[in-house]
Design a protein. Structure first.
Length: 219
């Protein structure tokens, strides 16, 4: 085999393995959050963490939440550093949890390590097809919390996109996809009642070959 073809084959195999890799989430737990201000009993690089979940009312089935992340400066007089989400050279200063009454099209899970790792943010999105109750492919994006250490322009802290995955199945609610495929339970302290597509029972259901559901353990 000519050397160039061999190198091209190795590069293709490496890309295929990298694209199918999965983040190891066994060493993380979902941080529980409630509407409003969440001052967490956790710190990153010595900086306490806060999360704000604001509600945007729409007076129909499509109200939504806007979520922002902050780290407190060691000098209290300097206040809060907002932590944005960076996808290459694009920054988003907030994210949304939104969709319809039955299914969320956009949601997230903030993960804290048991030891030795940086916190993770997992964002799940699916497209709106003909309706909010359609099943559609779900995309998972994994962000790692990082700290600015170089004397260069840029944010003090940010969530850096590390990996993107596509769910194996199509889902109506991205929270169900997060639970069934990644084992990540809901962050909400008040879950949806049973009977909803995104209730705890629906999230923990793992259909077998006959379509029967059995609960699974979430992180």
């Amino acid at each position: 085999m000519p050397p160039l073809r061999f190198l091209a084959l190795i590069s293709a195999l490496t890309l295929e393995v990298a694209s199918s890799s999965a983040m190891d989430l066994g060493e993380y737990s979902v941080v529980k959050l409630h509407p409003g201000l969440n001052n967490l009993d956790r710190a990153f690089a010595g900086h306490p963490v806060s999360v704000i979940i604001g509600h945007r009312e729409n007076y129909n089935a499509h109200s939504f939440e806007v979520v922002t992340f902050y780290l407190w400066d060691r000098d209290a007089s300097k206040g809060l550093d907002i932590v944005g989400l960076w996808d290459k050279d694009k920054e988003a200063l907030s994210l949304q949890a939104s969709g319809g009454a039955d299914c969320l099209l956009h949601d997230f899970r903030f993960l804290w390590p048991h030891r030795g790792h940086a916190p993770l943010l997992v964002v799940a999105d699916r497209s709106l097809l003909t309706s909010y109750v359609d099943n559609a492919p779900v995309t998972f994006k994994f962000y790692i919390l990082k700290q600015h250490t170089r004397r260069e322009p840029g944010p003090a802290f940010w969530f850096d996109l590390a990996e993107t995955q596509t769910a194996k199945a199509a889902y109506c609610d991205v929270g169900v996809a997060l639970s069934r495929e990644l084992g990540l339970g809901d962050y909400r302290t008040t879950p949806r009642p049973e009977g909803y597509r995104n209730s705890p029972g629906a999230m923990s259901c793992r259909p077998d070959s006959q379509g029967t559901c059995a609960p699974q353990q979430a992180h």
